[in-house]
Design a protein. Sequence first.
Length: 186
Amino acid sequence: MTIKRSWDEPERFGAVFDAHYADIHRYASRRLGPHAADDVSAETFALAFRQRRRYDLSRRSARPWLYGIATNLISRHRRDEVRLLRAVDRLHPPPEPARGHEDEVTAKVSAQQSVKGPLAGAIAALPAAQRDVLLLVALAGLSYDEVAQALDVPFGTVSSRLNRARKKLRKALGDTNPLLDEEEAR
């Protein structure tokens, strides 16, 4: 395992950095914006490097561990994250209905790129623990098990937090599921 080898050969930790930096930076950027993401990402790997001897070697991948560190660092910026989400909510009114296939594809791609409009406001209103679980699943693509590892909570806690977050989002968005496209919702 690369992390264990880095105990005696610190330069080996560069492989962990190379494998995961872009994903961690993208996650932090989507949560806090690009400027704070640079700091959070750098701090994530600096902290991981300092704590590498405490890494649980029984874990298959360092990915959840790194996302956990990043999420904890992001928690220091919660006020900034909520402010960003509320600003996005104010700046992006609900999209107009798609007129054709091209518009529909453009709308879906745009929606997948970032959190916009009323959804951003609804996410900002979530309790921090629910927001963390939701965004680790939605933005980072972590599995429930990986989220449990990242946040050091039981698997069932991840499931219940995500379920509560989805219910609150649906209610805030007029009982629609923002995670389904129009065809799936029918």
